[in-house]
Design a protein around this ligand. Structure first.
Ligand SMILES: [Zn+2]
Length: 334
């Protein structure tokens, strides 16, 4: 991966990167090859309101830039949605109560005096995979994040597919069970309700409550961290019946949903990120088996499937990738 650690500034001008997540904000600067030079992170105190949060990000980025005698030439932002990508506006994210139609792009451009491009966080992560990660060289890259929710992005010949309303890649909201469980989006039976980390943890909590999830609970207590999907994966791999039912159900849902995506766009590369992907081979192996069952018209053996190598840092690398594209567009236009 190119974009990591301290690199050398190849030419004048810095790329700014801002990743705005539900719980934390990361800012960074990179050179024009995408090498991350410095970074900073702080908690997203969304209750302080958008002006205060954006000002904090601007100030943090200015400090990083101020330490180098160079100017920002483009700023990329990865942000939780929903967004109006054309206007650069955060619409009304469920994670940030009270934030309504925040003109993020113009606020940042005013504060930092450089062109800003905003992407939703999953699309930005897809760009990070394409430029710096497991998606390098792909003709058609599908990136899926399985985390609190399920989202993703599609990159065709190096370009992100946005689609109408920027809605491309919302894999989590395809119906996989007609008339199934209600989803936060208003539909019923969405993939996200069956395969997300939230769904897996919800089922595990229910199993613990009814006494069948003792093995999961034991792992969770032994590790001393809050219950997460990885505990279910581990208990399933040890043969626990309740964990196996939950884990294999989630993987089968994922295989159905991603099988539909593969049958539709026939990607040569599929990269899986998000917290649930930390299960590694415990996820990959049964997923491959499920995809082989569901995908019949696309040569599935020609789809390279892998787990992200970014772990916790995909967001900032994504913002760097977005920043590189805004700099590239600006440079081409002048
Ligand atoms: Zn949905």
């Amino acid at each position: 991966m190119a974009a990591r650690g301290a690199g050398q500034v190849s030419a004048a001008g810095l790329i700014g990167a801002i990743d705005i997540g539900g719980s934390k904000i990361e800012v960074g600067i990179a050179d024009r090859k995408g090498n991350l030079l410095a970074q900073e992170r702080f908690k997203t105190q969304s209750e302080r309101g958008p002006e205060a949060v954006v000002s904090q990000a601007v100030a943090a980025l200015k400090v990083l830039v101020g330490e180098r005698n160079e100017k920002l030439v483009g700023i990329g932002v990865g942000c939780v949605g929903p967004l109006d990508l054309v206007a650069g506006v955060i619409k009304s994210p469920p994670n940030f109560p009270g934030w309504q139609h925040v003109p993020l792009k113009s606020m940042l451009e005013k504060g930092l005096d450089a062109p800003v491009l905003i992407e939703n966080d999953a699309n930005a992560a897809a760009l990070a995979e394409f430029h710096f990660g497991a998606g390098q060289g792909a003709s058609i890259l599908v990136y899926v994040t399985v985390s609190t929710g399920v989202g993703g992005g599609i990159i065709v010949n190096g370009r992100l597919l946005h689609g109408v309303g920027g809605g491309a890649g919302e894999f989590g909201h395809q119906t996989i069970h007609p008339g199934g469980l209600p989803c936060g989006c208003g539909n019923c039976g969405c993939l996200e309700v069956y395969a997300s980390g939230t769904a897996i943890v919800g089922l595990a909590k229910a199993a613990i409550a009814n006494g069948s999830g003792r093995a999961i609970e034991k792992l969770c207590v032994a590790q001393g961290v809050p219950l997460h999907a990885g505990h279910v994966a581990l208990a399933a791999s040890a043969g626990d019946a309740a964990a196996l039912t939950i884990w294999s159900g989630a993987i089968e849902a994922l295989a159905l949903g991603l099988g539909n995506v593969i049958s539709t766009v026939a990607p040569d590369r599929l990269v899986i990120g998000g917290g649930v992907s930390l299960a590694g081979d415990l996820l990959l192996q049964p997923l491959r088996e499920g995809l082989a069952r569901h995908v019949r018209m696309v040569p599935i053996e020609q789809v390279a499937i892998s787990i992200t190598g970014f772990e916790g840092n995909a967001g900032l690398f994504g913002a760097v990738a977005v920043g590189l594209s805004v700099w590239g567009e600006t440079a081409a236009a002048t």
